[in-house]
Design a protein around this ligand. Structure first.
Ligand code: ZN
Length: 233
């Protein structure tokens, strides 16, 4: 067991993590990892997951997760498989690039995890989404400038710009948006305090992924309607 140092992946890990380091059994996790890897590849093609020298100081960005059965589980203990820290730029991914987040507590700001790699710095935010209800089983986080800038025009639920990603305050903010906005129906939120940050979720990977791509299409349409043309971004 060890606690990770702060790491510059999509920012810095801001929770206190207890990590049990070791490989994850394929028999239990390969099928879920396959679904996540497929959507991660699509997000990478869209430029929403990656690592580029010209973006965010060259750190990796974006991550995907899916809940591990049996369902439904209790809040704070609905284990999920998530891409590990500093994997945004990797061209090839295996099960060793994932870890399982077993438990989290947004008030104490703690995360317990297991796997060959430390969890994404956004794990607490993923956990906060899973705490909203047992029907949420997949959470995808990508960075998408055109969608993020169109959030107001598209009326996307948007977190308070003063709330930093991966913090207990972000967990509370996600719950507030779920209560007070149409987030439950739209399944996409913009992270006001996290440049270009978008989160989509759903009962299935297809539901989460298509919520993201449908919002992206609406952003492209809005850009065309405001500028009279749409240029390749
Ligand atoms: Zn991010």
């Amino acid at each position: 067991m060890r606690s990770p140092p702060d790491e510059p992946e999509d920012g810095v890990i801001k929770f206190s993590a207890t990590h049990d380091e070791g490989p994850l059994p394929e028999s239990r996790y390969a099928e879920l990892a396959a679904a996540l890897i497929a959507w991660r590849a699509i997000f990478a093609h869209l430029g929403a997951i990656g690592q580029e020298a010209a973006r965010y100081g060259g750190v990796g960005f974006g991550n995907v997760s899916g809940r591990v059965g049996p369902f439904p589980g209790s809040p704070g203990a609905r284990p999920f498989l998530i891409t590990g820290t500093q994997t945004g730029g990797r061209d090839c991914l295996s099960l060793d690039d994932f870890c399982v987040v077993l438990r989290w507590n947004s008030r104490r700001n703690t995360v317990e995890s297991r796997g060959a790699i430390l969890p994404s710095s956004e794990s607490m935010t993923h956990g906060a989404l899973y705490d909203l209800g047992p029907h949420i089983r997949f959470v995808f986080h990508g960075h998408c400038p055109i969608l993020w800038r169109a959030a107001r025009a598209l009326r996307l639920p948007t977190s308070d710009p003063t709330v930093a990603y991966g913090t207990p305050a972000m967990a509370a903010e996600v719950a507030r948006l779920y209560r007070e906005t149409a987030l439950a129906e739209g399944r996409v939120l913009s992270m006001g305090g996290h440049e270009d940050g978008i989160i989509a979720f759903g009962r299935t990977p297809e539901e989460a992924g298509s919520a993201f791509t449908e919002a992206l299409a609406r952003a492209y349409s809005a850009r065309f309607l405001s500028d009279g043309r749409l240029c390749r971004t």
